[in-house]
Write a protein that binds this ligand. Structure first.
Ligand SMILES: [Zn+2]
Length: 269
């Protein structure tokens, strides 16, 4: 069994403010330790379930030099390989080579979710909201659709209660979720103790891979991603891109046969 673990930082145990997830901020090193420990627990769960190949991708945009490498290399669990520094949703080799399941660790709810800790969609500064084929979409749906391009089902999502609720709404009730905290707003939460969270993460990840019934992959085709941006100047960077339409001064829409085709057009610089 080959599995892919995709990681983000906002849905990690003990994390509730930007200062823990933005590179160089006063609490960032604390955030990195918490992040690495949650991810390690999921890696252990995958290995317990019998996964022979475990690939982990750090997709947390910590900012500048720190982006996509917030995991602490010397603390990483043995028996997996770790992708550090690959731009957001751009490294797809494990999916292309074939993998049986994807697990999402530390994910957060979409922009505008009142009880979603650090809720946002892709860019808190630039994106107001997004829709995938007309349905409100956060990062859970976007990354699930990326995996769906290669028919890979998402079997496990961890984060706060709001992220887990959103994930089940998108991916169905057979999804295994692990809620490590409950948001009291966007910047406060009731957290599990990290060691309790690690037990929950390891056992839920293991159960997700051994329960027998896997959720269906999310693979809409054709697919449209509509993004509502905060400002007209944010729209300017999309002018002239193939397959991307400027719908009005603050709205862009990208089209593709698969989500990967769409994202390649949309995210290419
Ligand atoms: Zn993030």
């Amino acid at each position: 069994m080959r599995v892919l673990i995709v990681c983000d930082m906002e849905g990690i145990t003990g994390i509730s403010v930007w200062e823990q997830v933005n590179g160089g901020a006063p609490l960032y090193e604390e955030g990195r330790r918490l992040y690495t420990a949650d991810v390690n627990a999921v890696v252990r769960g995958c290995k317990r379930a019998g996964a022979q190949q475990v690939t982990v991708i750090d997709w947390h945009g910590a900012g500048g030099f720190y982006s996509f490498k917030s995991l602490i290399p010397e603390k990483l669990e043995r028996g997996a390989r770790y992708v550090l520094g690959a731009p957001y949703l751009r490294y797809v080799e494990p999916l292309e080579q074939g993998c049986d399941a994807a697990l999402f660790v530390g994910f957060h709810a979409m922009a505008g979710t009142p009880d979603g800790v650090l809720s946002h969609t892709v860019s808190a500064e630039q994106w107001v909201s997004a829709e995938l084929n007309g349905q409100p979409a956060g990062e859970i749906a976007l990354v699930a659709a990326l995996c769906g391009t290669w028919n890979v089902p998402v079997v496990f999502v961890s984060g706060d209660e709001a992220a887990c609720r959103e994930a089940r709404a998108v991916l169905g009730e057979s999804l295994h979720t692990a809620a490590v905290k409950k948001g009291l707003g966007r910047f406060a939460a009731v957290h599990l103790a990290p060691e309790d969270a690690h037990t929950l993460l390891e056992e839920t990840a293991c159960a997700a891979l051994t329960s027998g019934t896997l959720p269906e992959p999310l693979c809409p085709s054709p697919v449209t991603l509509r993004v509502h941006l905060h400002t007209p100047e944010a729209v300017q960077s999309y002018v002239g891109k193939v397959g991307v339409e400027i719908e009005d001064s603050r709205t862009v829409a990208a089209l593709g046969t698969t989500f990967w085709e769409l994202w390649e057009r949309f995210a290419r610089r």
